[in-house]
Design a protein around this ligand. Structure first.
Ligand code: PMV
Length: 331
């Protein structure tokens, strides 16, 4: 076993059909499969430095020390990596996000995918992508999809140990190079985390069972839209899935409302661009107020201008579908 400093970058991913409901809350096993795209540029750079002098892992995120639930999740991933490496040595960890933390833009997905990639390298453990996705998943479920680039499927699996709940690439980034516009809405971290929001929906949403059935159907439908590179079909599936997830959230007691007025403004603008002006675009919304818009390259500037002009959209980020987690030499 050789211990060394290692740095990895992992991008965020945006689910096209969502993960929202768990069969195991400890190691993040989902009740349904999900499909996502991995975004380039936006993500987390993480450095892991094993240190025999430390009695516990230490972690800084954007130069701030983390503790509480965040550190517990990090500890879960690091424990699994130490077990694979056969060592007790703890580590100092520094992570820098290029995406706002906890605003419903999947910063936890990039954070745990980057941590898993940097940690296995730092601890000298040779793992395949399936094992790496499993390690990332124990930190945050959606992180298992950021291990791969392009269009990614996360199989829900059946086994209690999660060994079959892993992600795989369905299409490379180049195979269907749609462009992405993130409409940033709202300030500060969201009030209810994904972990808490999912639990609340499982316990009190009258639509929860129907939602999980919808996810199983939507994944199959999404695959058909992908095979045919059919934006209209993709729009029906992806928008329908996001709206069904938010309907499930809103129907909990107390109702979970992540949207701001600008969220609905972008939703209507995208529908109008597609249905009235014939542009190829569609929206999705995670557990937060921001909206992510997919579009064909030819329509990118018109879509960006329209979305950026909606009151309450604080800024927009244009990006692409990109590669998955990777090492950063000298990072
Ligand atoms: O992995 P978590 O606990 O951050 O949950 C992610 C939940 C959504 O982003 C709303 C959906 C998804 O599939 O990414």
């Amino acid at each position: 076993m050789s211990l060394t400093r290692a740095a990895a970058f992992a991008p965020v991913n945006i689910a096209l059909t969502k993960y929202w409901g768990k069969r195991d809350h400890e190691i993040n096993l989902p009740l349904a499969p999900s499909i996502s795209i991995t975004l380039s540029d936006l993500g987390t750079l993480t450095v892991v430095q094993p240190d025999a002098h430390l009695s516990a892992n230490r972690m800084l995120v954007n130069e701030e020390p983390i503790d509480g639930k965040g550190l517990v999740k990090v500890g879960r991933v690091m424990r699994a990596v130490r077990a694979l490496a056969g060592t007790d040595v703890r580590a100092g960890i520094r992570a820098v996000n290029t995406v706002p933390t906890a605003q419903g833009l999947a910063s936890s997905a990039s954070a745990f995918a980057a941590l898993a990639k940097a940690a296995v390298t730092a601890y000298g453990v040779d793992v395949d992508l399936a094992t790496l996705s499993g390690l990332a998943r124990t930190g945050s479920g959606s992180a298992c999809r950021s291990v791969h680039g392009g269009w990614v499927l996360w199989n829900e699996g059946e086994k209690a140990d999660g060994s079959d709940s892993i992600s795989e690439q369905l299409l490379t980034p180049e195979a269907w190079p749609l462009r992405v516009v993130v409409a940033h809405i709202g300030e500060g971290p969201k009030k209810i985390s994904s972990t808490e929001g999912m639990k609340q929906c499982e316990k009190t949403s009258p639509f929860f069972e129907a939602w999980i059935e919808t996810c199983h159907r939507d994944v199959e439908d999404c695959k058909v839209a992908m095979i045919n590179r059919d934006v209209q079909h993709l729009a029906q599936v992806v928008e329908g899935n996001a709206l069904a997830m938010h309907a499930t959230m809103m129907a909990t007691r107390p109702g979970l409302i992540y949207w701001q007025p600008a969220t609905l403004g972008v939703v209507h603008a995208v529908r109008n661009l597609r249905e009235t002006h014939g542009l190829s675009c569609l929206f999705t919304i995670d557990a937060g107020p921001s909206v992510v818009v997919l579009t064909e390259a030819a329509d990118l500037s018109r879509v960006s201008a329209a979305v950026g002009a909606i009151p309450g959209v604080t800024r927009i980020t244009q990006t692409r579908i990109g590669p998955g987690a990777h090492l950063v030499p000298n990072g």
